[in-house]
Every structure is written in structure tokens, then in C-alpha cells.
Design a protein around this ligand. Sequence first.
Ligand SMILES: [Zn+2]
Length: 121
Amino acid sequence: MALVKCPECGRERVSDTAEACPDCGYNVRAHYERVKEENEKRLEEEEKTDTEKETASKEEKASEEESVLNAEKESEEEKTLEKETASKEESISERQNERMENGYFGQLINLWMLVRKVQLQ
Ligand SMILES: [Zn+2]
């Protein structure tokens, strides 16, 4: 119990548990119970907002982690692409070598055919 000012008439030293102000008969107890309830409600709401904020920051963190994961994935994909490109280049140069050999052999065959023609004449 505490002595408060009557919220209705302003009389000092009214007990906050008094059901009626000695001056105006205002229900001081009911008034302060309501105030207490409102304060509790406000506190609850503030806690709720804090929880919401925490949840939001957690979600933010999660999405950050996701983007980090995605970035890692992307860099892996890039590496695979690089590898594929490298193997493609390799096969191209192999094909070029084959073509060159064919050309060389083709020339040899042509030369051999020429020699044979000369021999046949
Ligand atoms: Zn009063």
C-alpha cells in the first residue's frame, strides 16, 4: 500500500488501495489496478516487439548465411565451368593435332601416290 494523489480530485496522501477517495469518493484502488494492468500490458507488448525484432534479425542472419552459401555454390559452379572450358579447349587442340597429322599423312600419301605413278610410267 502506498499513499498517492487522488487522480480525480487531486487530494494528497490517499491510499492506492482505498476503494473511495475520502474527498470525492473516487475508486482509487480500481484506478491504480487499471493503471497496473495497462503497464503490464505495455510491458508484454514491448516484450513481444523485442521478440519480433529478434526473430527478424535471426531471419536476416539466416538469409545472409543463405547468400554466403549461394556464393560458395556459385564459385563452385564457376570452377566446374572453368574445368569444362579447359577440357573443351584441350579437345579442340587435340582435334587440331589430329587434323595436322591427317594433313601430314595426307601429304605423305599424296607423295607416295606420286612416286607410285612415276614408277608405273
Ligand atoms: Zn478524490
